[in-house]
Design a protein around this ligand. Sequence first.
Ligand code: ME8
Length: 509
Amino acid sequence: MSNKFYITTPIYYVNDRPHIGHAYTSVATDFIARYMGLNGYDVRFQTGTDEHGLKIQKAAEANGIEPLQLCDKNSQIFRDLTKSLNLSNDDFIRTTEQRHISGASYLWKRLYERNQIYLGEYTGWYSINDETFYNEKDLLKQDDGSFKTLTGGPVEWITEESYFFKLSEWSDKLLNLYKNNPNFISPRSKRNEVIKFVESGLNDLSVSRTSFKWGIKTPNNSAHIMYVWLDALTCYTNGVDYLNDSKNDLREFWGNVVHIVGKDILRHHAVYWPAFLLAADLDLPTKIFAHGWWTNEGKKISKSLGNVIDPIEIINKYGLDQFRYFLLREVPFGNDGDFSKNTLINRINSDLVNDLGNLCQRSLTMIEKKLGSIVPKIINKGNKEKALDQSIDELLVKSNEIINEFKIHIYIKHVWDHIGKVNKYFNDHKPWELEKNDKDKFLNVLAITTEQIKNIAIFIYPIMPQKSEKILNTIGIKKSQISFKEINNINIEGNKLSAVNHLFNRIKL
Ligand code: ME8
């Protein structure tokens, strides 16, 4: 079996600046990419920006610049964010790049050749905000007779010549796909919503626009541009060169693909995307995972409410890994979550400063001060020490099951349970007393604790890569050495510690 693993974030619209929601999806995807890397997979991780469509054209007009100028400027801000978040992405795709345009056009041609696209006229509701066509039954009627989307966005009535994709022909095939692959859509509650939606009957989907210009021209008719979702979804295949007839090795990644998305765009990924691929006789992704929605101190995040959270501000104020930890630990992956400064600060002070930071600080400074910074040798392992080894073995097995189901917060909880055990081991043995009356035991307790700190550093790598590397660096291990398979074979005995510094600072409430 191939050990390739390809994971993607959505590509983000460049009409505006990134906010906490974008950061969340990207950090969660980075967690899984790094975890799978530690687990021996050959990982490819793609993110990028979605740059066509009416929403972008209007934003450019509002700024008095050309769409491409706006895209260049804002795409760079999203690219910079990948660095600020320390993402391990291998690719950053833009839909204005030629490789993307070629791929999207290739898919269109395949659909057209297979008689899956026909010319007609679209009359109905459209949301520029979501770039989505809506049936009236899926909208909310306002007191003044107008309609809004479920998230409160405006819709407009449009009538224009349009190509249609024969989505209605694919309902049964899609339902079979969901039935035969129960894990194709996760979590389960979201899967059920998609199934209900498809069961309620699918209309053919308008897949081209003629009333504006900012998009990819359809290959068979230059008066039409592709519907931005048909264009955008192909970014996933285009990043691995799958939508053409090339023999590029990257294409192998299309054999094992996970799309991480927010619940707002699950329908596009779990219905439209597989339908396009099935209709074009192309391979499907393996899984689509939809996570929940963040609010700010209990309120919906929106520009008009002025409560948009800038991830860079949080990072500058509290630290990157503290932010990553909070995002991943606070909310069960898949559920909605609320951002609150107090909760963030409490998490930093209790889980990071007290639990992890103190453990490292207290034990490693003891080695620094009392043993000339040399990690002592393990002399023996009694029941207490063996229990710690067993806890790590169990964690290795459990975490595979947990991450298979994308339960990132449970993984973190288990890692922190282990940190709790190591703290207890250290405290119960009181090495500061042993130093005077039982030197061997003193050395053994420090050796065992350092071995466990090494294990912990490996387990926290997907969550907090910088802090993980900082610990590994302090105890003399290179990042390239770490993997779950080798975790028990990484020897630290006799290593010289580099200067021990605090990992986290306590924050005042
Ligand atoms: O939809 N909470 O782009 P987009 C959690 N270009 N996640 C959130 C969030 C929130 N409050 N707000 C945004 C698009 N997100 C399309 C995607 S893919 C082929 C095209 C995250 O800029 C979440 O992942 O509107 C959501 O799905 C995505 O940002 C939407 O980003």
